[in-house]
Design a binder for this molecule. Structure first.
Ligand code: HEM
Length: 364
């Protein structure tokens, strides 16, 4: 480049406006102006347009690109599997409802027609029927996972309670759906279920009356079950799944019980804090704290054992740090660092850095 050209270039650079970084929404929205021709261009434009008005991609990213703890496994997919089956039930249910007639005189005939004459009718009905059983199995397995992994504990108690309501509503879906074909088996089985409901304490008789929708089991019972099965309960389940997932995203996923978060380097080990004693006091006067632990109902032995354990951990950490330092700084005539770290230390008193401290906690 000639000197003149270089001067011109410099002048242009100086007069150039400071570049401000466009937001994500703007970037997506302006993609068209960049002259990029791509088959997905239309999709990007629409996504940018929607995103700049809703920040939907932010929500989507928060849902789909969450950090999950180390050690998560296939058991963590049971909730999503339950949700998938719920979606399948909703889809197959919509198709079934196109042919079903919720009337005491026509319900059975409409189901027979759907099964024998409608294209893929038997298949869709079968999917809906098997899906109902599968959803119940999956929901129990998912509940067992959250229970055995301790995911019901603070701060996820509310999510557990929402889960219990979801479980009840799912069984209500099973009960109300069972009557809909209105054949001999579904008719008599539902009468038995209604009588069992009536035998429940306090609310039992009222609940049975509500479900029966009258003094006798009749056509109005079928209408009531149909309304509950088609609208009320799926609506509630959908809304509660939304709340359930919101809390999962907000609170994060529980780590498996055998994985403990590594303690950051230099962090102090956990200590038993006696009721009514401020943390600063504990650090200043540990003896008084231990004594007041006894006064507060915490056995002194236990508090002392905790304090001793904390001291032992601190001592081990100091030893580890020393061992690490001595391993990484060999004398000039000693083995190189990478070899030394793979071998047993020559000095018997220097312990190798521990992989696992023995209490299930993984050291980083
Ligand atoms: C329609 C039924 C249900 C659906 C669709 C559903 C869906 C989900 C999903 C997708 C997750 C996140 C992924 C996972 O941890 O598996 C989750 C987490 C959770 N669910 Fe459910 N769930 C349902 C019922 C239940 C039930 C019956 C309970 C317990 C009574 C329950 C308790 C929990 C808890 C405590 C978590 C948090 C787990 C953690 O943080 O590790 N859920 N659920």
């Amino acid at each position: 480049m000639s000197l003149l050209k270089r001067k011109k270039q410099a002048a242009t650079d100086e007069s150039a406006e400071p570049v401000t970084k466009p937001t994500k929404g703007e970037r997506l929205g302006q993609a068209k102006d960049l002259g990029v021709h791509h088959s997905t261009q239309g999709g990007i434009d629409v996504a940018g347009w929607v995103d700049s008005r809703t920040n939907a991609t932010g929500i989507f990213t928060a849902m789909m690109s969450r950090h999950v703890p180390k050690g998560t496994n296939w058991f963590y997919t049971l909730g999503s599997a339950t949700m998938f089956i719920f979606a399948m039930q909703a889809i197959t249910g919509v198709f079934l409802s196109m042919y079903y007639t919720p009337s005491a005189t026509q319900a059975y005939a409409s189901i027979t027609h759907l099964t024998n004459e409608v294209f893929m009718g038997e298949f869709v009905r079968g999917m809906h029927k098997w899906g109902a059983s599968l959803m119940i199995i999956l929901i129990f397995l998912h509940m067992a996972r959250t229970f055995f992994f301790g995911a019901y504990k603070y701060p996820r108690e509310l999510n557990w309670v929402i889960g219990v309501v979801l479980l009840i509503l799912t069984t209500v879906m099973g009960l109300t759906g069972y009557l809909l074909p209105f054949d001999q088996r579904s008719f008599w089985a539902t009468i038995v279920a209604n009588n069992i409901t009536a035998s429940g304490p306090v609310v039992g008789p009222y609940l049975a009356d509500f479900l029966r929708a009258g003094p006798d089991f009749s056509a109005t019972t079928l209408s009531r079950f149909y309304a509950l099965h088609m609208m009320v309960v799926p609506g509630l389940i959908g809304a509660l799944i939304g709340a359930h997932l919101f809390l999962v995203v907000k609170l994060g996923t529980t780590a498996p019980p055998w994985i403990r978060a590594p303690r950051p380097k230099g962090a102090r080990p956990s200590e038993a804090i006696a009721a009514g004693v401020a943390t600063e006091d504990l650090e200043e006067v540990p003896v008084a704290a231990t004594a007041s632990a006894g006064a507060a109902g915490v056995p002194v032995d236990e508090a002392e054992a905790d304090a001793a354990e904390a001291e032992a951990v601190l001592a081990t950490e100091a030893e580890e740090t020393e061992a690490e330092l001595s391993a990484s700084a060999p004398a000039a005539d000693e083995t190189p660092v990478d070899e030394a770290s793979t071998e047993e230390p020559a000095d018997a008193s220097a312990e190798p850095p521990a992989e696992d401290s023995g209490n299930g906690e993984v050291n980083s």
